[in-house]
Design a protein around this ligand. Structure first.
Ligand code: KIV
Ligand code: ZN
Length: 552
C-alpha cells in the first residue's frame, strides 16, 4: 500500500544563471496577513464577526499594514464583517484592507458592494492556472484559462471605476502557481497587467502562490526569479508570495523568494491555513529579528498573540512551535543548562546577544528566564541551581550544587516528570536543613568563645567551646558533645534579596569522622544561621547525643 512509485518527481526549472543564492535579506518585506481569509477558510468552525474583529484588532496592534479580511462574495459573515469594519470606522488610515474574489462577474460586483465607503482597498482576484486544474477541473486549454484571467482583470478594473471615491489597488494570483508552467504563469500575469496598466499612482500586486507546496524551496525561488525577470511594468508591481506548508518549508520558500526579488509576503500568525497551513508570519518575522533585522511587526507580547490566535481559531499551538512555543527556550539537558547559565552569568547588559542554545533573548517576547531552565531526570546540577537562584535568590556554591544534584535526580526519577522550583527547594531543605535540631540562642566573644543553646531531637543543651572564630568554636563544642571528629571544609553565605525582609543563606561543607556532609540554613541572624548550617551538616553523619550527655 505504501508505494512511492505512485508519485512522480517535480521537474525543476532550468535557471543556471540564478542570482538569488548570493542575495541576503536586508529588510522586512511588506507583510499582508491573510488570517481572516485563508486562515478562516481552513477552520472547522469559521470565525464569527466578534472573533474576526478581535483578530483584526490584534493584527493592527502588532503593526500589520495590509490585511486580507475575507471573501465577501462567498460568505455572508465575511460580507458583514467587511461592512462592520467600514461602518464602524475600524480601519486605521495607515492600514489597507484586502478582499479575495474569483474571476467571475457577479462575485466581483458583490465584492465592490461589500467595500462601499472604504477609503482604500486591495481587490485580489484569482483563477487557477495549473495543468491539473486546467485539464481536470476546468477542462480548458491555456488560452481559455488566460482569457478567464484577463476577463476577471477587466471586471475588477471596470467595477472599481464605479466607486471613484475609493483608492483601489488590484492584486492577481495565478492560483496553483507551483503546478503551472513558469512561462505560462508569466504569460497570464502579463496579460492581466496589460489590462490594469500599472503606474506610479495605480500600483498592482502579482501574487505567486504555492497553493500546494510541491518541491524544495530552491526550486520555488528559481520560479520566482524567473517570473520577476519576465514581468512587465515591474517598477509599478509588487511581487507577492503566498506559500503553504505542505512539505513543512513554507517559511523557507518565502525567505528564498524574497532573496529572489519578491517584495511582499502573505501569511498568517502562527501559520493557520489550508491543510498544513499558510506561511507563518511569526516565524519569518522572528527569523529576521534574530538576524538583527527589524521585522516591522511588534511581536513582543507572544502570549497575547498566542491567546488571541488560539482562541479565535480554536487551534492549539505546539509547545515546539518556532520562537513562540512554550518549550522553545527551555533546556532540560544538563550540559545545555550549564552552558546557558555560564553565558547568562558572563553577559553584560548591552553586549550583543550570544547565549548558547538561546537564539534570542526570551525577554524580548515577554518570556522570563524562569522558563528557560526546567529540571527533569535529564538535567544536571546547573538546572536545579539556576532555578533556586531565579525563584529563591539562592546562589548555591559548587559543593552544594554537587550535593543537591543526586537528591533532585532521585526526585525526578521517582515522579517521572518535571521537578518544579518548590520541589527543588523542598529537596534542599529535606536533605540539608533538617527541622530536627535548632540553634535557640547564641553568644560569641573572642575571649569567652561560643556559647550556644541548641536543641537536637528534642533535647536541649548548652554547648560551649573555643576556636578560631565562631564556626570553628562551635565545631569544637559539637565534636566534644557528640564524640566525633568535625572538620569544616568550606563555608559560604550571602544576603537574599527577595521581598522586603532581609535574610541570609549559609552553606557549609564539613567532614564528620572523615565523611563528607553538607548543611544549609536560612536565617535573619547570620551567626545563628552559620551554626545551624553546621549543625545540619554534622547531624547527617553524627549519632544523636545520648540523653544524659549534657543538659542546659
Ligand atoms: O493558496 C492560494 O493559492 C490562495 C490564493 C487564493 C491566493 O489562497
Ligand atoms: Zn492560500
Amino acid at each position: 500500500m505504501f508505494n512511492a512509485s505512485k508519485y512522480q518527481p517535480y521537474h525543476p526549472i532550468q535557471l543556471p544563471d540564478r542570482t538569488w543564492p548570493d542575495k541576503r535579506i536586508e529588510h522586512a518585506p511588506k507583510w499582508c496577513a491573510v488570517d481572516l481569509r485563508d486562515g478562516n477558510q481552513a477552520l472547522l468552525e469559521p470565525m464569527n464577526v466578534a472573533q474576526k474583529k478581535r483578530l483584526f484588532a490584534l493584527l493592527v496592534k502588532i503593526g500589520m499594514k495590509e490585511i486580507e479580511v475575507g471573501f465577501p462574495s462567498a460568505s455572508q459573515p465575511d460580507f458583514d464583517f467587511v461592512r462592520a469594519l467600514i461602518e464602524e470606522n475600524m480601519i486605521p488610515d495607515d492600514v489597507t484592507i484586502q478582499v479575495l474574489v474569483q474571476a467571475r462577474e457577479h462575485l466581483i460586483a458583490r465584492t465592490y458592494e461589500a467595500l462601499v465607503g472604504v477609503k482604500k482597498a486591495v481587490v485580489h482576484v484569482y483563477n487557477s492556472t495549473s495543468i491539473v486544474q486546467r485539464e481536470q477541473v476546468f477542462q480548458q486549454d491555456k488560452t481559455g484559462i488566460k482569457t478567464m484571467a484577463v476577463q476577471g482583470a477587466r471586471w475588477v478594473k471596470d467595477y472599481a471605476a464605479r466607486y471613484p471615491a475609493t483608492h483601489w489597488e488590484f492584486e492577481y494570483s495565478p492560483e496553483s502557481f507551483t503546478g503551472t508552467e513558469h512561462e505560462y504563469a508569466v504569460e497570464v500575469c502579463n496579460a492581466v497587467l496589460n489590462v490594469w496598466q500599472p503606474s506610479a499612482t495605480q500600483r498592482c500586486i502579482i501574487n505567486l502562490p504555492a497553493t500546494v507546496e510541491m518541491t524544495t524551496p530552491n526550486v520555488f525561488a528559481d520560479q520566482v526569479e524567473y517570473v520577476i525577470r519576465h514581468l512587465n511594468f515591474r517598477e509599478f508591481v509588487d511581487v507577492s508570495i503566498h506559500t503553504h506548508n505542505d512539505r513543512g518549508c513554507a517559511v523557507a520558500a518565502a525567505e528564498l523568494a524574497i532573496m529572489a526579488g519578491a517584495d511582499r509576503i502573505e501569511g498568517t500568525l502562527l501559520g493557520n491555513g489550508e491543510r498544513t497551513g499558510n506561511m507563518d508570519i511569526v516565524t519569518m518575522a522572528m527569523n529576521l529579528y534574530s538576524q538583527g533585522i527589524d521585522p516591522e511587526l511588534d511581536l513582543s507580547d507572544a502570549d497575547e498573540i498566542i491567546r488571541v490566535v488560539t482562541e479565535c481559531t480554536q487551534l492549539p499551538i505546539s509547545p515546539r512551535h518556532p520562537w513562540f512555543g512554550e518549550l522553545v527556550y527551555t533546556a532540560f539537558s544538563g550540559s545545555h543548562q550549564d552552558a546557558i547559565n555560564k553565558c547568562l552569568a558572563r553577559r553584560a547588559e548591552n553586549d550583543p546577544w550570544q547565549v548558547a542554545y538561546l537564539p534570542i533573548d526570551p525577554l524580548d517576547i515577554g518570556r522570563d528566564y524562569q522558563a528557560v531552565i526546567r529540571v527533569n531526570s535529564q538535567s544536571g546540577k546547573g538546572g536545579a541551581a539556576f532555578i533556586l537562584q531565579q525563584e529563591y535568590g539562592l546562589n548555591l556554591p559548587r559543593y552544594m550544587q554537587l550535593a543537591l544534584s543526586p537528591v533532585v535526580q532521585a526526585a525526578a526519577e521517582k515522579n517521572g516528570g518535571e521537578v518544579k522550583g518548590e520541589n527543588i527547594y523542598a529537596c534542599l531543605n529535606e536533605a540539608f536543613a533538617s527541622t530536627a535540631h535548632h540553634i535557640e540562642h547564641v553568644r560569641w566573644d573572642d575571649q569567652q568563645g561560643i556559647s550556644a543553646g541548641v536543641q537536637i531531637y528534642g533535647q536541649r543543651m548548652l554547648l560551649q567551646g573555643k576556636g578560631n572564630g565562631p564556626i570553628d568554636a562551635f565545631a569544637n563544642a559539637l565534636s566534644q558533645q557528640l564524640g566525633c571528629q568535625i572538620a569544616v571544609q568550606s563555608f559560604d553565605e550571602h544576603a537574599i534579596e527577595k521581598g522586603n525582609r532581609a535574610s541570609a543563606a549559609m552553606y557549609i561543607a564539613a567532614k564528620v569522622n572523615g565523611q563528607d556532609c553538607y548543611g544549609f540554613a536560612r536565617s535573619e541572624n547570620t551567626l545563628s544561621g552559620a551554626l545551624a548550617a553546621l549543625l545540619n551538616a554534622v547531624m547527617q553523619k553524627a549519632a544523636a547525643p545520648v540523653a544524659k550527655a549534657s543538659g542546659e
